[in-house]
Write a protein of this length. Structure first.
Length: 288
């Protein structure tokens, strides 16, 4: 009888010690979100992030290419999707980018300096390590021909702008003696670093790869042809994602016309709300 009571006591004490550890392990589950490139269509990411946050799904890790890197930088710095939308409108970020990418203003490659000034104003520490969320930025090193994932150092704005330096529109960014450009050239959905450290990875791909889409603008056509050339390898990267949100509804918009940011935001929001309805299990991520 005494031996039996001892066994019961041991089980009870064991549960008391194990239960908190189980809860702690569950609470420590990490969520990463990968934001693809896609030029102006990247504004769709803000709607996606807003819909996720409204469902209390808040990733702690972020990776991005091109426009996804710019938005990812502000998001990782602690700005909410709605706050970033206000920033885009009030600081006329969409006009700054749209001006240099519009046919009437093209007298050669444009600089990302004005965009970098805005980033430095709102993320003044310019330091990966001081962000609220861990951030991975994908850039194309034109000097070596290699894809690089940057996640540390005090050149945050430089690499964010380099990743968004659309070829044939923006001049390459020189950093530490190397020339860098749009990360989407080599990896438009950089989910690999998230897969290595996160329990759950959400991939958001805003770029569709249309085979027969007619584009009158020569620069946009060239940019899309570069991305399509790497489409197969980019699409394979969705295998790194547990949830893959494809924003194909935005494909009718231009890659280099940034004035449609409100419409693109709404598309991203609506698509994500519908995605959550079709994948209700994603709600289990709420509160992590």
């Amino acid at each position: 009888m005494i031996k039996h009571l001892r066994n019961i006591v041991c089980v009870v004490f064991g549960l008391l010690f194990i239960a908190p550890n189980m809860q702690s392990e569950e609470a420590n589950k990490s969520i990463g979100i990968c934001l693809s490139g896609g030029g102006a269509i990247g504004f769709t990411h803000l709607g996606v992030l807003q819909a996720l946050e409204e469902n209390n799904i808040k990733p702690q890790y972020v990776s991005g290419s091109s426009m996804g890197a710019l938005i990812g930088t502000l998001y990782a710095a602690g700005y909410s999707p709605s706050e970033i939308m206000v920033l885009v409108e009030q600081k006329q970020l969409y006009k700054i980018i749209n001006f240099v990418s519009s046919p009437k203003s093209r007298k050669g490659l444009s600089s990302m300096k004005n965009v970098q000034k805005i980033l430095l104003k709102y993320v003044p520490h310019n330091n990966f390590e001081m962000l609220n969320k861990k951030l991975y930025i994908c850039v194309a090193n034109l000097t070596t021909g290699q894809c690089e994932i940057i996640s540390s150092g005090k050149q945050l704005s430089e690499y964010a702008c380099a990743s968004a330096a659309i070829p044939v529109v923006f001049e390459p960014q020189e950093i530490n003696g190397s020339q860098y450009a749009d990360g989407g050239l080599l990896n438009n959905l950089p989910a690999e670093p998230l897969r290595q450290i996160c329990d759950v990875v959400i991939g958001v791909d805003v770029l569709e790869y249309p085979k027969n889409k007619k584009i009158s603008d020569k620069m946009e056509s060239l940019y899309l042809s570069i991305l399509v050339n790497n489409a197969e390898s980019n699409l394979r990267r969705k295998e790194f994602c547990d949830y893959y949100i494809s924003c194909n509804g935005a494909s009718k918009y231009s890659l280099i016309d940034f004035k449609n940011y409100k419409e693109l935001y709404q598309i991203g929001y609506d698509i994500t709300i519908e995605y959550i309805k079709q994948h209700p299990e994603i709600k289990d991520l709420a509160g992590y």
